[in-house]
Design a binder for this molecule. Structure first.
Ligand SMILES: Cc1ncc(COP(=O)(O)O)c(C=O)c1O
Length: 446
C-alpha cells in the first residue's frame, strides 16, 4: 500500500471528522507544507489562501517557531495549571502588554470555543446577570455556550441549546438589515437596534455583549465608523461587559495585534486563539480587565482545564510573538492588504460581473458573489447545500485544480492567506481566482 493509500485508509476507517456526514467526505491527504504552500502525496502544490482554518498567520513550518517548540519539548513538555511556569508567565505578560491598557491577565484555554465559554462565565459572575447578546452572522465555537452564542446555521442542529443568549443584527452595509443608505446610517441604526434589544430584554438581565471585532467566517464584516465606539458606550451606559472575540481577527489577521486597536476601543474581555501561535499547538485564552480580575480576587473562579497554560503551547506563543515583532509581520500584513490584495481584488471586481462586493482589511478579505449586481441576489442561497450550492463548489474546484486552496463560505470566497504571504504569491493566487471567477460569471443573471 502506498503512503497516500495508507493515510486515506486509516482516515476513512477511523477518523471521525468535524462538521461532516462521515460517508460523504474524502479528505485530501497532506504530505508536507512550507510557508504559504502545502503539497499532496502526488507532489501537487497548493497555495494556501485559507491559512488552513484562518489560523496559520505565520505560515507553515516557520523554522524559528518549530525550533522553539523543539527546544521547549526537550526542556519541559507539561506541568499542571496549578504550578507557575516560565513560558506560561511570559506568554501571559507578552499578550497583556499587547492588549489595551488595563487588560492585564490571561486565562489560557486550548482553543477559541473554550475562550468564549470562559469569557461568558466571567461576565455572568462579574455582573450577577445571565443574558448574553450576540450577533446573527457570527461564529463563536462549538461547545455549549459558544454554539448557543453562534449566530449562524451551525447552531440549529445543536438546539435546544443553553439558555440566556439573545441574537441581534450587526452592521452589514451591503445587505443592511436597517435599510440604511450609507455607512453612517448603518452604524447609527445598528446601534439603535442594539440599544432597543437591551432595553426590551431588560438591561439589568444582560451580562455581556459578545461580538467578533471583525466578523470572520460569516462575511468579513468590517464595522462601519462609530459602531464599536457606540457599542462600548451602550455597554457602559447599562453596566454590560463587552467581550471582543478576536479568535479569527486577532494576531495580525487585520494588520493589527488586536483588531480592536484599529478603532481604539477597549473591551472588558478579549478572546483569542488561532493566530496567537498559528495553531502549531492548540492554544487560546481570555485577556481580562483589572475590574473583572478583581471580582475573582477573593472569590474562586469556577472554571479550569487540565491543559490551561500548557508550557509547550505557551512557549510557541512566546516564540511566535517574538518572531512577529522581529520580522515586522503585523506591518507586513497591513501593507500587503492595502498595497496588493485590495487593488487586485478591485480589479477582479471590474472584470467579473459576478463580484458584487469586495471588502476587508489586512489579510482578511471577502469576495461576495452574486447573480445580479442590482438585486444583489447571492450566487447561491443562504446556507445552500447539495445542488443549490453547486456554483460555489464549481468555483472552489476550479481554484483547487489550478493549485489554489480557497476558503469559501455560502456565496463568498475569503482571501485569507498567511500574514507572511509575499506580493508574488498574492499575484499568483489572484491570477488563479481570476480564472476561477469565469465559472461564477457563467451563473450571472442566467
Ligand atoms: C470568531 C471565532 N470564534 C471562535 C472560534 C472557535 O474557535 P475553536 O475552533 O478554536 O474552538 C472560531 C473558529 O473558527 C472563530 O472564528
Amino acid at each position: 500500500m502506498s503512503d497516500e493509500a495508507r493515510v486515506r485508509a486509516d482516515d476513512r476507517a477511523h477518523v471521525f471528522h468535524s462538521w461532516s456526514a462521515q460517508g460523504l467526505i474524502d479528505p485530501m491527504p497532506v504530505a508536507r507544507a512550507e510557508g504559504s504552500y502545502f503539497w499532496d502525496y502526488s507532489g501537487k502544490r497548493y497555495l494556501d489562501f485559507s491559512s488552513q482554518l484562518v489560523n496559520l498567520n505565520i505560515g507553515h513550518q516557520h523554522p524559528r517557531l518549530v525550533a522553539a517548540i523543539q527546544e521547549q519539548a526537550a526542556r519541559l513538555c507539561t506541568v499542571a495549571p496549578t504550578f507557575a511556569n516560565d513560558k506560561r508567565g511570559e506568554a501571559a505578560r507578552l499578550i497583556a502588554e499587547l492588549a489595551p491598557a488595563d487588560l492585564n491577565r490571561v486565562f489560557f484555554t486550548n482553543g477559541g470555543a473554550e475562550a468564549n465559554e470562559n469569557a461568558i462565565r466571567m461576565a455572568r459572575l462579574h455582573t450577577g446577570r445571565h443574558k448574553v447578546l450576540t450577533m446573527y452572522r457570527s461564529y463563536h465555537g462549538a461547545t455549549a455556550a459558544a454554539i448557543t452564542a453562534t449566530g449562524d446555521p451551525r447552531r440549529w442542529p445543536n438546539e435546544p441549546t443553553a439558555v440566556g443568549v439573545v441574537h441581534f443584527w450587526g452592521p452589514y452595509p451591503y445587505r443592511s438589515a436597517f435599510h440604511a443608505g450609507s455607512e453612517e446610517q448603518e452604524s447609527q441604526r445598528a446601534l439603535q437596534h442594539l440599544r432597543d434589544t437591551i432595553v426590551f430584554e431588560g438591561a439589568g438581565t444582560v451580562a455581556a455583549v459578545l461580538l467578533e471585532t471583525v466578523v470572520g467566517t460569516n462575511g468579513i464584516l468590517v464595522p462601519p465608523p462609530g459602531y464599536l465606539d457606540g457599542v462600548r458606550a451602550t455597554c457602559d451606559e447599562f453596566g454590560i461587559v463587552l467581550i471582543a472575540d478576536e479568535v479569527m481577527a486577532g494576531f495580525g489577521r487585520c494588520g493589527e495585534w488586536f483588531a480592536i486597536d484599529r478603532w481604539g476601543v477597549r473591551p472588558d474581555l478579549i478572546t483569542f486563539a488561532k493566530g496567537v501561535n498559528s495553531g502549531y499547538l492548540p492554544l487560546g485564552g481570555v485577556v481580562i480587565s483589572d475590574a473583572i480580575a478583581e471580582t475573582f480576587r477573593e472569590r474562586v473562579f469556577p472554571g479550569g482545564l487540565t491543559y490551561s497554560g500548557h508550557p509547550l503551547a505557551c512557549a510557541s506563543a512566546v516564540a511566535s510573538i517574538e518572531i512577529f515583532k522581529e520580522e515586522g509581520i503585523i506591518e507586513h500584513a497591513r501593507a500587503i492588504g492595502e498595497d496588493v490584495i485590495e487593488p487586485a481584488l478591485h480589479e477582479l471586481a471590474e472584470r467579473h460581473p459576478s463580484v458584487g462586493e469586495v471588502r476587508g482589511l489586512g489579510v482578511f478579505w471577502a469576495v461576495e458573489l452574486v447573480r445580479d449586481r442590482d438585486t444583489r441576489e447571492p450566487l447561491v442561497p443562504f446556507n445552500a447545500a447539495g445542488a443549490a450550492a453547486a456554483p460555489m463548489a464549481e468555483v472552489a474546484a476550479a481554484c483547487k485544480q489550478r493549485g489554489l486552496w480557497p476558503f469559501t463560505h455560502f456565496n463568498r470566497i475569503h482571501v485569507v492567506p498567511p500574514c507572511t504571504v509575499s506580493a508574488d504569491e498574492v499575484t499568483q493566487g489572484i491570477e488563479i481566482l481570476d480564472a476561477a471567477l469565469a465559472v461564477a460569471d457563467r451563473h450571472y443573471a442566467e
